[in-house]
Design a protein around this ligand. Structure first.
Ligand code: HEM
Ligand code: HEM
Length: 207
């Protein structure tokens, strides 16, 4: 059996990992920074993000060996010693995500689940089609159509909505902070390994 540092991560990552990564990342950036919270586009993107995240999580059980959760279990102590080694310039290879990357990935997934779950609570599970119809009706002056707490801020609607809205909003902003730390980790690891870690996340062919 290989010891962890005898092998390198996949190059490229499989198609499911690559596609779900960039769709979910795009949804986070768009929804945290550019779309109107609770608007039809926000909810559409949120649902697309949920679908791709669900696919990735199922892939963590049935997918390619290096994409499975078993290939990168959460190991906080190993994560700390990995960071320590990287800072001292002594990097080691792993067959999947390194232990520090793995911890960050689980924190990202937990935050994503929290944000998406609270989003569903805020919209009372209404589908993007229903939200679109409700908001079109509200825009036409029919307030009785409004079934969400995340209504039309700025056009006379109610601003959502207590603690769940707070958790959703803070979680959305936290995701951006985590993504910046994630990016810094990827950059540092790439420098130390003298290998671009982003390319296997994008390209379908080996370097
Ligand atoms: C990763 C995906 C998501 C991120 C990063 C995100 C982020 C945010 C942020 C930062 C706000 C506050 C915006 C503001 O105050 O202007 C917000 C509001 C809102 N989001 Fe999301 N969101 C996501 C997914 C979802 C989903 C899946 C739903 C519904 C199914 C949803 C429903 C809402 C609603 C109803 C509001 C309005 C809440 C309010 O007015 O306080 N979001 N979102
Ligand atoms: C909000 C934005 C982002 C989120 C939520 C996010 C989340 C994640 C997640 C969950 C993984 C694990 C992939 C998997 O196994 O399915 C991952 C890996 C990765 N991400 Fe991101 N990501 C974001 C942005 C970015 C950006 C902008 C880049 C680069 C420009 C990037 C580069 C990478 C790389 C290279 C890996 C693989 C790390 C490794 O080699 O172990 N990510 N990211």
């Amino acid at each position: 059996m290989n010891r962890p540092h005898d092998v390198t991560p996949p190059n490229p990552w499989d198609i499911i990992v690559r596609v779900t990564h960039w769709v979910v990342a795009g949804v986070v950036v768009a929804n945290a920074l550019f779309t109107k919270g609770g608007g039809t586009l926000h909810v559409w993107l949120g649902w697309i993000g949920m679908a791709f995240l669900a696919v990735r999580l199922v892939w963590g059980i049935v997918g390619s060996p290096e994409a499975r959760f078993a290939a990168f279990p959460p190991r906080p102590i190993a994560a700390l010693s990995h960071v320590n080694r990287v800072l001292r310039g002594r990097v080691r290879e792993y067959p999947s995500h390194n232990p520090a990357g793995a911890m960050m990935i689980y924190v990202l997934w937990l935050s994503l689940a929290t944000v998406m779950g609270t989003g569903l609570v805020l919209t009372k599970g209404a589908t993007p089609w229903e939200i679109g119809r409700q908001q079109a009706a509200v825009a036409a002056g029919d307030w009785s159509a409004l079934a969400t707490d995340g209504g039309e801020e700025g056009s006379g609607g109610e601003k959502a909505s207590g603690i769940v809205g707070e958790i959703h909003q803070i979680g959305g902003n936290l995701l951006i902070v985590l993504a910046v730390i994630h990016l810094a980790g990827v950059a540092l690891e790439s420098v130390r390994l003298q290998r671009n870690l982003v390319r296997p996340m994008i390209r379908a062919t080996r370097d």
